[in-house]
Design a protein around this ligand. Structure first.
Ligand code: PGA
Length: 253
């Protein structure tokens, strides 16, 4: 059975020091993490080294992005092998904020997925439509294209892949209500595409589908009850100790 993944995307919300303090509180507290749950902390790059030395049962480390190569003349970049050496097991790829603010193309995201898998990291690929795309009735097409482009010629071999459906318009602070039926529909499409790309066995054994977009302690149970969803990518609500502790206890149930 797949573990429920609770992935904390701390974005640029927390400073290095605040990330270390929050991670320490989570690790040293009595926070119970059942063996059916894995919590993944994704702090800013500079905090990864400090968090790597904090042992925490049920807690893994992830990065918020990775470059598509591990060595070379690439000023300012961090390669997937470096992240793995720092203790990361996961890496978020193709987040809508990177697509939007850094113009990340489908081709770049595809290269980053391949490089992450080559470095034995589990990519957490984010896909999701903008509000105007949903209003135009183009969500299904957009999701299929994002998925096919990101996974073009990707071979999983013994690796794992996490797909997060994150409607861009639902990300905190969103002014829109999300209908869980729409989320369920999109996860059906993701499942079909993954099966036709990778086959039934790889889908069942090596892939997980998550939801993200203003998930908090109040809404988590609703999303986890949607078929095929086995976890959440959580930004804002994961940056506050009490809220995050509640989220983890709901995931344990
Ligand atoms: P949010 O962020 O929970 O703050 O909406 C989720 C994400 O963008 O990964």
């Amino acid at each position: 059975m797949k573990k429920t993944l609770i992935i904390a995307n701390w974005k640029l919300y927390l400073t290095h020091q605040e990330s270390v303090v929050l991670a320490e509180s989570l690790i040293q507290s009595e926070l119970e993490i059942s063996d059916k749950v894995e919590v993944v902390l994704c702090p800013m790059y500079t905090a990864l080294g400090s968090l790597a030395h904090m042992p925490g049962q049920g807690i893994a480390l992830g990065a918020q992005d990775a470059f598509f190569d591990s060595h070379g003349a690439y000023t300012g970049e961090i390669g997937p092998e470096t992240l793995r050496d720092l203790g990361c097991r996961y890496v978020i790829i193709g987040h809508s904020e990177r697509r939007e603010h850094f113009n990340e193309s489908a081709e770049l995201i595809n290269k980053k997925i391949k490089a992450s898998l080559n470095a034995s990291l589990t990519p957490i690929l984010c896909i999701g439509e903008k509000h105007e795309v949903r209003q135009a009735g183009m969500t299904d097409d957009k999701i299929k294209h994002q998925l096919l482009d990101a996974l073009k010629d990707v071979e999983l071999n013994s690796g794992h892949l996490v797909i997060t459906y994150e409607p861009v318009w639902a990300i905190y602070p969103s002014k829109y209500e999300v209908d869980p039926k729409d989320v369920e529909h999109v996860t059906e499409i993701i499942e079909q595409e993954l099966i036709s790309l990778l086959g039934n066995e790889a889908y069942n054994e090596q892939c997980q589908i998550l939801y993200g977009g203003s998930v908090n302690a109040q809404s988590l149970a609703t999303y986890l009850s949607i078929p095929r969803i086995s976890g959440a990518l959580i930004g804002n609500a994961s940056t506050k100790y009490n809220e995050f502790a509640k989220i983890v206890s709901i995931a344990n149930k």
